[in-house]
Write a protein that binds this ligand. Sequence first.
Ligand SMILES: NC(=O)c1ccc[n+]([C@@H]2O[C@H](COP(=O)([O-])OP(=O)(O)OC[C@H]3O[C@@H](n4cnc5c(N)ncnc54)[C@H](OP(=O)(O)O)[C@@H]3O)[C@@H](O)[C@H]2O)c1
Length: 357
Amino acid sequence: MPVNRRDFVQFAGAALVTPMVSSCGPDRRPAPGVPRSEFDGGSTAEEVTAGVDLDGKLAVVTGCTSGIGFETMRVLAKRGAYVVGTGRTLEKAQEACLRVDGVTTPLQLELSDFDSVVACADTINAMRTPIDILVCNAGMRGQERELVYGLEKHFVVNHLGHFILVYRLLERMYLAWQGRVVVVGSRAAYRSAPQDGIQFDDLQAAGGYSVSRAYAHSKLANALFSLELAKLLKGTRITSNALHPGVIDTRIARNESGLRRTAFSLYTRLAGKSVEQGAATSCYVATSPLLGSTSGRFFEDCNAVQISGDHHLYDAAMAERLWAVSEELVREYLVELKRPTWEDLGQQISRPKPRQD
Ligand SMILES: NC(=O)c1ccc[n+]([C@@H]2O[C@H](COP(=O)([O-])OP(=O)(O)OC[C@H]3O[C@@H](n4cnc5c(N)ncnc54)[C@H](OP(=O)(O)O)[C@@H]3O)[C@@H](O)[C@H]2O)c1
């Protein structure tokens, strides 16, 4: 039987990149009770935000230097938001912000260094402005097992760093007309994470390590963090949702072997999304007027989805335990979580200046 070149490349690519993209898995259905959007996996971030006016709103996007984070920052700024974009170095964040039309401020944020996370949050809080949108986008996929603060590195960078950041910024989000926390997770959370979920007894991954497992474990932590945050924020005007952006040819595979990187790149070009499409779900969840009261959901292709099967994506008990364990692990970097009153904050809050153009 003749095999055409495209089919061959797609097959070979899928075989090589399966550990990275987890290409087979459970069913997904529309999540009940959430308004359906007219958008899908082919929609771009510009398309899903067309007509949305973010003038006067402050958005924070972590990992703005590359890939999905850069496109998210670009499009939110294009729609009028004042965007604080973070990079692992100030220079990289500055360079990214300079490539964007609109109002942006670069900040340094190294998620594996909790002092850097605290400093970043303090700088944003010192701006004395409500935070309308907080996109926890930055993420890494490493190679060898590494420990940071005595814990497996993916868990620290992808989960604990953002945990501290959100914790410390929450007080400012209460002041927004409607605050949104958007957590960029991955479908790896339900396809490749350990079968028994978060490894509370082995957060060092001493009992068995693979990059895919450690990455997926941290992405499950992202989803559960968002779920528990949504529960804690019930009755407030702040929402929290997690999402899978799609499979996109970004720098996320930079630590893979040359062969796997090439295969990933080929595969994503044939069967994945462009970066413009990859940022669409983040931008949709961050801005859609349809989602003002939607919280605790998992989104894919610009819609909330219900994923069937044996996984822990919606495991409320595990989410609650993860929150408590995370608090214990990073207690010295946290502040008291309280809903501020206007008196607490005094008269110091100001809104970003409207654009003059
Ligand atoms: N691309 C995909 O197929 C895919 C699929 C599912 C989920 N995701 C998720 O999408 C998000 C964005 O990834 P991407 O695909 O756009 O990859 P990317 O191009 O590698 O961008 C990742 C961003 O995170 C930053 N980052 C990495 N390690 C960091 C650290 N220790 N502290 C602070 N920032 C750090 C990077 O900064 P530097 O450039 O300075 O390293 C970069 O700005 C990630 O959370 C990823 O897990 C991606």
